[in-house]
Design a protein around this ligand. Structure first.
Ligand code: UN1
Length: 508
């Protein structure tokens, strides 16, 4: 793989402006240097957005909204269709950049771009289906219905672990709904964002659309301006529960809306009636895929006591076969963590686990040697724990898998739910009663509950998000689009009198 060729194809130079309203690019703030966790090498730098530039972007976006909200939704869909086409053309190089800048395997980098293409396709169809209901009025000669109108500027604050897809889940829907988008990407993956902005800017330009329909700003200080900015009616935030709590309260204080996609602490219940060979694939991919840095990563396995030892052996054998190294080499299963700070958090989680009584059956460690010179490669590890341990209750963004034993399904479900987070969950069982109980109102309390697949790798067609400390937001499929619009109830009187609702008499 020739990274320089990839960067050129994506419009990335040595020093990139990190602010854009479309074709206009600027950036005079401090510089973010992006280096790859794959080999530790400097890739390129991005100049952050100054406060004045932020103001300019906001004004351009506000003007663009006046125009874009009047473009018919199916025509907006046509623009998003072209974005999907442009992403198809760039899939290989954008997927490779994701892999190199973020560190996930090339397969997963390509998968992430595929999710972008999929959401564009979904949004195109949706652009003709922004349906409102009609209701029967209690008054004669009256008609009631509801309409969905765009909100305005949608602020998208995304995380490093899905450096391109999270933007697209939000942007594709927000755009067909008639909003304009303002994106503040993670400062750990700024180049992926610059690449996406180039791709969408070309599409918008080819359609002679005004500046400001899709804007990019860079740097955490200006990112924080979004939360307090009354001109941004919706903030979609993906990141930690700690920061999400802050975003949520700041935006709520000004009565703005939020979509929050925060931490997960996802478990798979392995029943004694599970297909164990199939379960191993779901569990191992869930735990080590993206080096355990998905919010849907499998962090806990709740295993029936009758199959516990057998499953544990299978896990240990599978972990022994994992190849850890350059994620662009397709023979490797596990790439690096995002940076050495993440490595420190992995190490301190292991230490904390040990002090609480965790028994490691596969030990963790930091890898060194020439192939692992960036210092970001860690060994996926497995520990036997109790669910109530503090470390088990927390989300550590690293490949640490916790094993917990259960006797009855009620107990397993109770354990699965007994964490502060509520994103994704799964049960492996061939027993229909168990599966249905898990999916019932007495079952999993998560936004996502699966049977015989793992916790990660959700498709875009369903609504994505979770409960409790995961924040309650929903993105992507189903009717998640409604969060990007405002509902208006309309009552029309086509009669010759003005009867009041509830039969109230008011004569004079
Ligand atoms: C995330 O980790 O922020 O379900 C999102 C999955 C992916 C999305 C993960 N489709 O694993």
């Amino acid at each position: 793989m020739d990274i320089n060729n990839i960067l050129t194809q994506l419009g990335i130079t040595e020093n990139n402006p990190g602010t854009s309203t479309g074709t206009a690019w600027f950036g005079s703030g401090s510089t973010i240097c992006s280096s790859s966790p794959v080999d530790g090498k400097h890739i390129a730098s991005v100049q952050t957005t100054s406060t004045e530039e932020y103001e300019k972007v906001l004004q351009t976006a506000e003007q663009a909204f006046q125009f874009w909200r009047n473009v018919p939704a199916p025509k907006r869909g046509e623009v998003v269709r072209q974005l999907g086409e442009a992403l198809r053309e760039k899939k290989e190089c954008l997927g490779a950049l994701v892999s190199y800048e973020m560190g996930k395997s090339l397969q997963e980098g390509l998968g992430e771009v595929q999710e972008m293409i999929d959401i564009c396709d979904f949004a195109v169809g949706l652009s003709r289906q922004l349906y409102g209901l009609t209701m029967h009025s209690e008054r004669p000669g009256h008609r009631m219905y509801e309409q969905w109108h765009p909100l305005g500027i949608v602020g998208i604050i995304s995380a490093f672990n899905f450096p391109v897809a999270v933007w697209s889940w939000n942007a594709a829907l927000a755009l067909i709904c008639g909003n304009v988008c303002l994106w503040k990407p993670s400062s750990k993956t700024p180049l992926c964002a610059v690449a996406c902005q180039h791709i969408i800017a070309e599409v918008l330009k080819a359609n002679n659309l005004p500046e400001g329909i899709s804007s990019l700003i860079s740097g955490n200080p200006v990112g924080n301006l979004i939360n307090n900015d009354k001109r941004i009616p919706l903030v979609s935030f993906t990141g930690s529960t700690r920061i999400g709590r802050e975003v949520s309260s700041v935006v709520a204080r000004r009565f703005g809306k939020t979509i929050l996609e925060l931490g997960g602490n996802n478990a798979i219940i392995i029943s004694k009636e599970a297909d164990l060979d199939m379960s191993i694939i779901g569990a191992v991919f869930g735990a080590v895929g993206t080096a355990g840095q998905r919010c849907t990563s499998t962090r806990r396995l709740i295993i029936h006591e009758d199959v516990y030892d057998n499953f544990k052996d299978k896990l240990v054998k599978a972990y022994a076969q994992l190849r850890i190294g350059n994620p662009l080499d397709q023979r490797n299963h596990v790439g690096p963590l995002i940076d050495t700070m993440a490595v420190d958090m992995y190490l301190s989680a292991i230490e904390k686990g040990k002090t609480e009584g965790a028994r490691f059956i596969v030990d963790g460690s930091v890898l060194n040697g020439s192939e692992h010179a960036s210092g970001c490669y860690v060994k996926p590890c497995i520990a036997e724990v109790e669910n109530h341990f503090e470390i088990v209750q927390e989300e550590t963004f690293a490949p640490i898998l916790y094993l917990i034993k259960y006797k009855t399904l009620d107990e397993a479900v109770q354990l699965q739910n007994a964490v502060p987070q509520g994103l994704s969950s799964a049960i492996m069982t061939l027993n229909m009663r168990e599966a249905e109980q898990f999916l019932s109102a007495n079952g999993s309390d998560c936004g996502i509950a699966n049977v015989n697949i793992g916790t990660s790798g959700a498709e875009i067609g369903g609504a994505f998000g979770g409960e409790k400390e995961t924040g309650g937001g929903r993105e992507s499929g189903s009717d998640a689009w409604k969060a990007y619009m405002r509902r208006q109830t309309n009552t029309i009187n086509y009669g010759t009198t003005l009867p009041l609702a509830q039969g109230i008499k008011f004569d004079f």
